[in-house]
Design a protein. Structure first.
Length: 220
């Protein structure tokens, strides 16, 4: 990920151009003229202290909120909220708070009227949940399994940008390592953007790292 311009030998696909976000409820902007760009297959890590605005940045890219200023583009063309929502998949820091299905199957089928058993099985295998009973309530899954279920929900939408908010928080080391290996596979053909206060954990993915501080984004 780079500020403006090209992202090296790979063509930039996702770019934020002078993006600011100032909700009416805060005296100061949460984000100020943030510019960044990323290419397919890249892992972009955004780090910063709690409350720095990392989650807000992901929500802007995902189309959950609108920027006060600036543009969010795909291949140089500005995307509206609906376009960003279609193109991006966001896994929240506490995915269990967002589950709506009574079972894992129900959770995966929400909004997927044409979901086939073949497609469902392929995604569950991809995230390592093929052994979990489809009747299992999401709240009874382990923390690592809940992250994988949330990933599966987004992968069924086939997003070109996968946004992960603190994906390793609260997980033990063995679970973290398996999750990192999964992310290594998932970034192929996608842009992977990770918000974390533990950037060193993602070193195996050889990411481009940025620090968010006082609403401004700078290279680590």
């Amino acid at each position: 990920m780079m500020v403006g311009g090209s992202a090296g030998p790979l063509a930039t696909v996702l770019s934020l151009e002078q993006v600011s976000y100032h909700p009416a409820t805060t005296p100061r902007p949460l984000l100020r003229q943030v510019s960044m760009a990323a290419s397919l297959g890249e892992t972009a890590v955004v780090t910063g202290a709690s409350g720095a605005g990392k989650s807000t940045l992901l929500e802007l890219v995902a189309g959950l909120i609108r920027p006060s200023q600036g543009r969010i583009c795909w291949q140089g063309k500005p995307m509206g909220q609906r376009q960003r929502h279609r193109r991006c998949g966001l896994v929240f820091q506490f995915p269990e708070r967002h589950f709506l299905g009574l079972t894992t199957r129900q959770e995966l089928q929400l909004g997927q009227r044409r979901l086939t058993e073949e497609r469902l099985g392929a995604v569950l295998t991809q995230v390592g949940l093929h052994h979990v009973s489809p009747k299992q309530p999401p709240e009874r899954l382990s923390g690592g399994q809940q992250r994988r279920l949330a990933l599966a929900v987004q992968l069924l939408r086939d997003p070109q940008v996968l946004l992960l908010d603190e994906p390793t928080a609260g997980l033990d080391w063995s679970v973290r390592e398996s999750l990192l290996e999964l992310l290594r596979q998932l970034r192929t053909g996608r842009v992977l953007v990770v918000a974390t206060h533990e950037p060193k954990l993602f070193t195996p993915l050889k990411p481009r790292c940025w620090r968010l501080q006082d609403g401004e984004l700078e290279p680590c």
